[in-house]
Design a protein around this ligand. Structure first.
Ligand SMILES: CC(C)(COP(=O)(O)OP(=O)(O)OC[C@H]1O[C@@H](n2cnc3c(N)ncnc32)[C@H](O)[C@@H]1OP(=O)(O)O)[C@@H](O)C(=O)NCCC(=O)NCCS
Length: 233
């Protein structure tokens, strides 16, 4: 990461740590390092239990590849020396603005082989917070680091596929789109999409068959955050 980006990240941490002295205030966001990999793999298994049961979570060789290809895009959240959250990102260029895609397509077969430094979009491959540290702002801080990076790299936007975590409980009653409308009206509790909306992301459309996931029945939402500082060149 260049000095400017590191300074911005320091500012994010400083700003977030200056207001109170709660447990939340001691969460530090930093760049992921190779030595963190075993802890991140364990965190993934705990944070994504349903997908872990399907064998879908980052393997050490995949995380190593992310760090080799795009180290600036990989972050962890640390509390008292323990990793309590992480997020992985890459830069891509979709064929069209809102091209339907799968998680595997977007993440270059999980290795970020498709990372394109000339692309226009930072792609959020995942975000997770340890279950014991949820609703404390961990993932919001990770997202702030991602936004800072998108601004620093002058990327047009951040996009991702947000899995509809509680859809399996409502699939008899609602289509995925109806379900999203219920979530947006606060009629249904949905941790993942609610988190994304709270963090300024806009729901674009449903991505069916996004990934093998028993919770969402493979449904995700195409979400987008437009970089307000983006300068066309
Ligand atoms: C989604 C997830 C990353 C959120 O992490 P987090 O650190 O708890 O999120 P934050 O504390 O930053 O939450 C910020 C806001 O998002 C919303 N939110 C977060 N979790 C929510 C939930 N369970 N229900 C409803 N809203 C929720 C709230 O508006 C929250 O603000 P509030 O606590 O002041 O009400 C976390 O639940 C998680 O790790 N889930 C499992 C992994 C996963 O599915 N990741 C996403 C797909 S890759």
């Amino acid at each position: 990461m260049c000095i400017y980006a590191q300074n911005l990240l320091n500012l994010v941490n400083k700003k977030m740590n200056s207001s109170t002295h709660t447990r939340k205030s001691r969460i530090i966001i930093r760049r992921m390092e190779n030595k963190d990999i075993p802890e991140i793999v364990e965190l993934q298994k705990i944070a994504f239990p349903y997908m872990a049961a399907e064998g879908v979570y980052w393997r050490p060789d995949q995380l190593e590849s992310h760090l080799k290809i795009f180290p600036e895009g990989q972050f962890v959240a640390e509390y008292n020396g323990k990793i309590v959250g992480s997020c992985s990102s890459l830069i891509i260029q979709l064929k069209s603005e809102y091209e339907p895609h799968t998680w595997k397509d977007a993440c270059g077969d999980s290795f970020f082989k498709n990372h394109n430094p000339s692309g226009d979009s930072l792609y959020g491959a995942d975000v997770s917070a340890h279950p014991d540290y949820r609703r404390l702002g961990v993932a919001t801080k990770l997202y702030d680091a991602r936004k800072t990076l998108a601004i620093e790299l002058n990327l047009r936007r951040i996009i991702a596929g947000a899995r509809l975590f509680n859809y399996c409980e409502h699939a008899q009653e609602f289509s995925p789109l109806e379900y999203v409308q219920m979530v947006k009206r606060h009629k249904i509790k949905e941790p993942v999409l609610s988190f994304q909306i709270r963090n300024g992301f806009k729901f674009i459309k449903i991505l069916p068959n996004y990934m093998k996931d028993p919770r969402s029945l493979n449904n995700a939402t195409f979400i987008e955050w437009k970089n307000p500082h983006f300068v066309e060149k």
